[in-house]
Ligand binder design. Structure first.
Ligand code: UDP
Ligand code: MG
Length: 317
């Protein structure tokens, strides 16, 4: 029998876990031709999330989990899950029921037809502000433009991955991760299914704009060096204009003499060039920062405890 792993990153999700578990169990009971593994990654929750998961694990051998030594973030929680899941296929799903588990049987069907990466595309996003929708749309448009990798729009991490895609993703050991872009990067046989995204069932979103902006910058800097080129191009353009202006000044002074005007225009040029230089330095700095972080070769995460459905191991890493 084939095994389907359901991978659930969870950070302070005590309010929704019961609802999620009921819906997942119902689904697993309906899909009798498959074995299921419910794999929770407890990402350093400060509430009762871990206790609840342990409780499920005691009663149900389908439940496995890893417990992180602290909060590492959803991107890291996902790779930890992929490192540990045992399924022939793995479904990544949010704990807050914004991704309806009822879509999983359709995903499995498409997987059986031979697709390796069945991703759920949002038809609508209820309960999200107009501002969040527009900014996210704009961001994906521009990321697509600069990276030259087809990126699935309106798609989150809710998807079914065949074992070979999981193995491919496990090869990505970079510490600043943008998993969404990795799904695109690895390629394989992709298929979309449409769904309506529900509002969070309970609890609060863990994202704020600072986190989202960081994710957005990571997404760009981890996948393209285009911004470095932008500063090169900008530098060339500004230099060419500055050179032409210089020629003009020399000629004008030679033939018409000087007048002492020009203080404001000089200030403008100095300030403008200063700004461009700072921007370019900042862009270079972003990449040097990434190099710095990646060359440390730190482990991506530390496991405090791992439960594989039957036994619990206190991890020594
Ligand atoms: N999550 C996580 N670690 C974090 C933040 C979030 O594992 O540091 C999990 C969270 O428990 C949920 C999923 O990632 O299962 C999506 O988080 P959330 O619903 O807060 O994000 P949103 O849906 O608002 O984008
Ligand atoms: Mg959510």
């Amino acid at each position: 029998m084939k095994t389907i792993s359901i991978l659930i990153p969870a950070y302070n999700e005590e309010a929704v876990l019961d609802k999620l578990f009921i819906r997942l169990s119902k689904l697993a009971n309906q899909e009798k031709e498959y074995d299921f593994e419910f794999f929770f990654v407890n990402d350093g929750s400060r509430d009762k999330t871990l206790e609840i998961i342990k409780d499920y694990a005691e009663k149900d051998t389908r439940v496995s989990y890893v417990n992180f030594s602290r909060n590492f973030g959803k991107e890291i929680a996902m790779i930890a899950g992929l490192d540990h899941v045992r399924g022939d296929a793995t479904v990544i799903i949010d704990a807050d029921l914004q991704d309806p588990p009822e879509l999983i049987p359709d995903m499995i069907k498409l997987w059986e037809e031979g697709y390796d990466d069945v991703y759920a595309k949002r038809r609508s996003r209820e309960g999200e502000t107009w501002f969040k929708k527009t900014t996210s749309k704009l961001y994906y448009k521009s990321l697509q433009k600069v990276t030259n990798i087809p990126i699935q729009e309106d798609t989150g991490d809710f998807r079914l991955l065949d074992r070979r895609v999981v193995e491919a993703l496990k090869l990505f050991r970079e510490s600043q991760r943008n998993t969404k872009a990795m799904f695109s990067w690895v390629g394989f046989n992709k298929k979309e299914i449409l769904y309506d995204r529900d509002p969070r069932a309970a609890g609060e979103t863990k994202w704020n704009y600072v986190k989202l902006i960081n994710l957005a910058i990571d997404g760009i800097t981890s996948f393209t060096t285009a911004p470095l080129r932008i500063s090169t191009v900008l530098g060339v353009i500004v230099s060419v204009f500055a050179f032409l202006y210089l020629l003009f000044l020399v000629i004008r002074t030679t033939f018409f003499g000087t007048d002492l005007a020009g203080y404001p225009s000089m200030m403008a040029v100095i300030l403008f060039l200063g700004g461009v230089q700072l921007l370019s330095l900042g862009i270079i700095g972003e990449y040097i920062g990434r190099i710095f972080n990646e060359t440390k070769y730190r482990p991506l995460y530390l496991v405090e405890e791992y439960h594989n459905g039957k036994a619990t191991k206190k991890a020594r890493n």
